[in-house]
Design a binder for this molecule. Structure first.
Ligand code: F6P
Length: 365
């Protein structure tokens, strides 16, 4: 057993789930217990567990066999926030600051550190808890890949693989029926999933939030293809894509959530407009949460394991208030507050966009 001053650590997964969360939990827990004899306390359902003191002590056996399993064995919540915790008063929704309760629970377990695995919303809360005195190490997660300061978040590659498989399937049916097929993928503010899966799946038009689209430009591309004898077209659209001068397509509002707005349905909106303008039969598929489920790809398993390992390393070195990050292919760390609040969007002059345009792909501009 190696020596360390660290006796007990906590771990939680918060925000939307994604493939690879379990791989991080496994990497942190196995090395903490087996190499250092550290006690690992898992908080259930993200910050909800920290606020309500819902925990389970993790043993080595608990994290065996979970590397390949999607979701999170700890559960998650994308609504629980210690600084804005939803409650009821006379039937009305009220938001309360229960951070003192969360901090008391951290102390109750005698934690030397807490590993927080999450995206922008989760890590913004973590940055506040750091200011309030907690020893936190962050691990970047989101299928959207929109966290700054890190090249890739785990979960992204798995989501791209799922979206690409869907595109491959849509391709054959689009071809048979001479239709326009639209696949809507996730990506609220950033179009990384649409861009990557669109390139990998041979999309003819890729629509991302960073480039507002014009239906005219999309139809021009479809008609140009038909003139060249290609009677079908494949469109990949990020849920956060919006028309020039227009707004995103909202599917629901979750009042209790960090980020209340849930998007969805832009594919239907575009499909109707295309049919009207071109008379080409068009169908829309909304891929939704399928992208967040299932087993992580080998890349994500490795990335998540590297993140988990690096996070424990930061804990052992007492480097708190930092998030592990991938930069130039290497593990490094950055202050958590630097990684949040500013999203990593697809640059409009991205070499991937330039390359795609040179292959004839349209971006609706
Ligand atoms: O942030 C990850 C994400 O999957 C987004 O791409 C998507 O807009 C959102 O979460 C969906 O959230 P929910 O699971 O609440 O529907």
């Amino acid at each position: 057993m190696k020596r360390t001053q660290i006796k007990t650590i906590g771990i939680l997964t918060a925000g939307g789930d994604c493939p690879g969360l379990n791989a991080v939990i496994r990497a942190v827990t196995k090395a903490a217990i087996n190499d250092y004899g550290i006690k690992v306390v898992g908080f259930k359902d993200g910050y909800d567990g920290l606020i309500r003191n819902e925990t389970r002590v993790l043993a080595s056996i608990d994290v065996s066999g979970i590397l390949t399993v999607g979701g999170t064995i700890l559960g998650t919540s994308n609504v629980a926030n210690p600084y804005k915790y939803a409650g009821e008063n006379n039937g009305k929704l009220v938001m309360r600051d229960v951070s003192a309760q969360a901090i008391a629970n951290y102390k109750r377990h005698g934690l030397d550190a807490l590993v927080v695995i999450g995206g922008d919303g989760t890590l913004s809360v973590a940055a506040k808890l750091v200011k309030d005195g907690l020893n936190i190490v962050g691990v970047p997660k989101t299928i959207d890949n929109d966290l700054s300061e890190t090249e890739y978040t785990f979960g992204f590659e798995s989501a791209v693989a799922t979206a690409t498989e869907a595109l491959d399937k849509l391709h054959s049916t689009a071809q048979s029926h001479h239709r326009v097929m639209i696949l809507e993928v996730m990506g609220r503010y950033a179009g990384w999933i649409a861009l990557y899966s669109g390139i990998a799946g041979g999309g003819d038009v890729i629509l991302i939030p960073e480039i507002p689209y014009s239906v005219k430009a999309i139809c021009r591309k479809i008609e140009e293809r038909r003139r060249h004898g290609k009677r079908f077209s494949i469109i990949v659209v990020a849920e956060g894509a919006k028309p020039k001068g227009g707004t995103v397509t909202v599917s629901r509002i979750v009042e209790k959530s960090f980020d209340k707005v849930r998007l969805g349905g832009v594919a239907n909106r575009i499909g109707e407009a295309i049919e009207k303008a071109t008379c080409v039969e068009t169908r829309a598929t909304i891929l939704g949460h399928v992208q967040r489920g299932g087993s992580p790809t080998p890349f994500d398993r490795i990335l998540a394991t590297r993140y988990g390992n690096a996070a424990l390393d930061l804990v052992l070195k007492g480097k708190f208030g930092r998030m592990v990050a991938l930069q130039k292919g290497r593990m490094t760390d950055v202050p958590i507050h630097k990684a949040v609040g500013k999203l990593k969007l697809v640059p409009r002059n991205s070499p991937l966009i330039k390359m795609s345009e040179s292959l004839g792909v349209g971006f609706g501009r």
